[in-house]
Design a protein around this ligand. Sequence first.
Ligand SMILES: Cc1ncc(COP(=O)(O)O)c(C=O)c1O
Length: 374
Amino acid sequence: MKLYDVYPLFDINIVKGQGCRVWDDKGDEYLDLYGGHAVISIGHAHPHYVEMIGKQVGQLGFYSNSVINTLQQDVADRLGELSGYDDYQFFLINSGAEANENALKLASFYNGRTRVLVQEKAFHGRTSLAVEATHNPKIIAPINANGHVTYLPMNDLPAWEAELAKGDVCAVMIECIQGVGGIRLVTPEFMKGLRELCDQYNTVLICDEIQCGYGRSGKFFANQHTGIRPDIITVAKGIGNGFPMGGVIISPKFEPVYGQLGTTFGGNHLACAAAIAVLDVMKQDGLVENAAKIGTYLMEELKKFPQIKEVRGQGLMIGMEFEEPIKEIRRKLLFEQKVFTGVSGTHVIRLLPPLCLNKAEADEFLVRFKKVLE
Ligand SMILES: Cc1ncc(COP(=O)(O)O)c(C=O)c1O
């Protein structure tokens, strides 16, 4: 059986990881400034993570959501403490797209409406309503194009107000730092204005923190740079450090109803063991603070490169925009300098390293990057 060929692949077979480094099947070592697409939060093969998952799978890998699973509460307790959202409720699911589907579903149950506003260049996932809320017609199939979603310019509050004032908007879904959209940041003024408008028109404010959340921005959530609290926050990627998981963080104003949401795999024992290990390490090793510190340092250094048109970002979510397409720079970084990076579109290199990246590794990246640009 052939694989369904939807991914343009680099000819590299990664077989091992440790901290911020990975190795291919030929034994070549790479510096990982990509984190497997913002997924590796605490670093590859962290000993606590390996131990927790190993122990759990030996004891009980899975049982269903029809019985008590105290590990789910253990995750929620740690997450509430570390994020400052301990008064919110937590629903566990399997992926980012699913987290957004459930967030939108909750919003629609809440106010009975069906319209959604998102930012231009938004990325919210590849399924059903999440893909309709993604501003890329190439991945929206006719079956997904159901006219629920309006795309609006980022930070242009009057444009959002004009739509919200119609009184029929179910939810606003925002990436406080756009990932796929090119590492673009919302302004605190925009978010404060949006918060007030959502309250005024009974619209649910959702922050999609699947890429920018979970410590990556140098605060636990990127929305915490803006001074507002959304009604719902969605998370995935870094929460399991590679174990497939998503979550919906839900304000106390939502009343849970038996059967309204559900999942077979979400919040299973193995997934919870991974999530607990991630939060333990984030707390013990101060990874949110590290992301802020090393991210600020990296951005300051990158701004010194005259070849880069603009450096944008927060914490360890950094975009470098070039005048010219970056394909060749990225290729050289990977194949000549052995550094993994990400991209946004054709002109932006995206850095999404594990949150444990230290200063020596950041400096190593800067040296290798300089060699490519010379
Ligand atoms: C902001 C954002 N939302 C949603 C998703 C979808 O997550 P998943 O691929 O886990 O479905 C992504 C994935 O890249 C993302 O970056």
